[in-house]
Design a protein around this ligand. Structure first.
Ligand code: ZN
Length: 195
């Protein structure tokens, strides 16, 4: 049981591509336990290994809101199989304390990964659910991509980052998502802030 220190935006390792896990060793099991301990201690929805300083392709998600609805899912060496649709997502990140902004996400995601016992599984998340958006957010961390790279309004995002005392947008990392943006604008939905 260890709550680890969360790596904050501006730390170069958050921009690195993480390495595949070759064996679910004791060390990997401890790392996954630490991810959950740190996630729950921070009241987050998801946490990726690079956020606690380990550049390995692992993340955990729990969209449950209380002990009764807990739903921990561990993703080791995840692969995205399919992405569809487009949706606005109001997001934050444990590496960006208190900074939230609107980003572009796919509505549907199908992912393949290995669980902590080494068993492969396939998971689908639909309708722009919190799970669907969290999978995309956490998966990105394994490739050094951060949620602000998907921001819909760079100036709004920059303003929030500055207000929270964080580094400004890293322009070189901004993603060209014109098609996703067009689709979001074609199908506007109610923008619901999430925790
Ligand atoms: Zn994050």
């Amino acid at each position: 049981m260890t709550v680890r220190k969360i790596v904050k935006y501006g730390t170069p390792s958050l921009r690195e591509k993480s390495k595949e896990v070759h064996k679910i060793s004791k060390k990997v099991q401890i790392l996954v336990d630490d991810l959950y301990d740190t996630l729950y201690a921070s009241n987050g929805v998801g946490l990726a290994a690079p956020q606690i300083g380990e550049n390995l392709r692992i993340f955990v998600i729990d969209t449950g809101t209380d002990p009764k609805t807990m739903n921990p899912i561990t993703f080791i060496n995840p692969k995205i199989l399919k992405l569809e649709g487009a949706i606005n997502s109001y997001e934050g990140c444990l590496s960006f304390p208190d900074a939230y902004t609107n980003v572009r996400r796919y509505k549907y995601v199908k992912v393949k990964a290995t669980d902590i016992k080494g068993k492969p599984f396939i998971l689908e998340a639909k309708d722009g659910s919190l799970l669907a958006r969290a999978i995309q957010h956490e998966f990105d961390h394994l490739d050094g991509i951060l949620f602000i790279d998907h921001c819909r309004n760079r100036f709004e995002a920059d303003k929030v980052l500055t207000e929270k005392g964080l580094n400004p947008i890293e322009a070189d990392y901004l993603l060209d998502e014109k098609e996703l943006e067009d689709e979001i604008q074609k199908n506007p939905q109610k923008e619901e802030p999430k925790d």
